[in-house]
Every structure is written in C-alpha cells, then in structure tokens.
Design a protein around this ligand. Structure first.
Ligand SMILES: [Mg+2]
Length: 206
C-alpha cells in the first residue's frame, strides 16, 4: 500500500482522487489531549493535500491497463472450484486509482462494475461504432472483435501505460505486450505482492 504513510502512531491514507483519511493505529493516541490531535490532523491534512495537489503521490506508481473478462473470472460468475476476482476490487481500481479498467469479455461486466467495455473502446479509437456492423435479433453485433483484438484496441488507446494485464479464464499468454492471468493466479499474485496493484485496507480486511 504505497498511498499510506505512517507518522508515529498516525496513519494517513489518500486516494488519487483526493480523498484521504487519518487515523491512529495505536492506543497511545488516546493519551494525548484532543487539541493536540486536532492540530496534528490539520497539519497532516495540509501535507496530504499538498502532496495530492503536486501529484507527488503518483511518482513511481505504474499505470496499468487492467482488462477483465467476466465469466469464471469475476465473482459475479466465478469458476466453480477456483478463486475469482471480487467485483468490489474491479470497482475500486476503476474508481479510486489511475489504472485503466476495462471489460473485455462478457459485456455484462460493463454495468456490473461500472467500467467501459469493448464498444466504448472502439468508439474512442475510431470515433464511431460503425465497425461493429448491424445488431442481430439477439442483440449481437455482426463484427464483434476477437479477444486479442479487443486487447490491442486498448493498447492503442493507452500507448503510454506501464503494463497491460488481462485477467481471463481463456489463455491469452500469446498476446504480445500483455500479461495474462487466470483469476486465481491473479489473486495469488496480488496477495503475495508479485503484482504491484494497490488494494485498500477495507478490501484487505474483507
Ligand atoms: Mg470467461
């Protein structure tokens, strides 16, 4: 968690979108007068806001394009015997971090996680969704791009990203420039710190 700093027994956390919270992590804090605590809060508040203003909290943090499949990947439809990525994690990265979070599998995830998906990626890249062609009676487009193409579109949209990660129960290791994970390996790597993606304390404690 690189958006958390400890000042003595105080812990200060802040999000890239400007939210912050300050709390004591030790019972020692109760021994100090309230006025002192408030003073310290105001001071740390100013420091935090300063950091956010200057964008200092973004230094050295990689921007990752995270592409999520839905079925057998996110916990709205998990693999029957394997770990899935909690929907709340996907939402958190989309809302609270600078990473780009996209739905590249079943597009139901667009609404569920409130993230953009394949249609939006083409709209942004081409300025139109004409390449999809007509919709059939089941609501399916004539020219829905292959999974690999969906990833390549995102790569073109975010050429400066530090890393491209796709989480999918289909093997996509062959896609150049992309790191493929199954949901269960993704979660393992997240836990053991191999993957440098921030997780909030709220999510960690769940
Ligand atoms: Mg799937």
């Amino acid at each position: 968690m690189d958006r958390r700093i400890k000042l003595g027994y105080w812990v200060i956390e802040w999000s890239k979108k400007g939210c912050y919270r300050i709390y004591g992590h030790s019972s020692i804090q109760t021994q100090f007068p309230v006025r002192f605590s408030i003073g310290l809060c105001i001071l740390t508040h100013s420091i935090c806001c300063g950091f956010c203003e200057l964008g200092l909290n973004n230094i050295n943090r990689p921007m990752i394009v995270l592409a999520f499949d839905r079925d057998w990947t996110v916990d709205v439809n998990p693999h029957p015997r394997r770990e899935a990525v909690p929907l709340e994690y996907v939402k958190y990265w989309a809302e609270e971090t600078e990473h780009e979070v996209w739905a590249t599998g079943n597009q139901l995830l667009v609404e569920e996680a409130e993230i953009p998906g394949t249609i939006e990626s083409v709209r942004r890249l081409k300025g139109t969704i004409e390449p999809f062609g007509e919709k059939d009676e089941r609501g399916r487009y004539e020219n829905w791009p292959e999974r690999e193409t969906r990833l390549k579109i995102l790569e073109k949209l975010f050429p400066d990203a530090d890393q491209y990660i796709v989480v999918d129960d289909l093997d996509l290791k062959h896609v150049e420039n992309w790191d493929h994970y199954y949901a269960w390996t993704f979660m393992e790597n997240l836990r053991d710190g191999t993957l440098d993606i921030e997780v909030t304390t709220t999510l960690e404690s769940e």
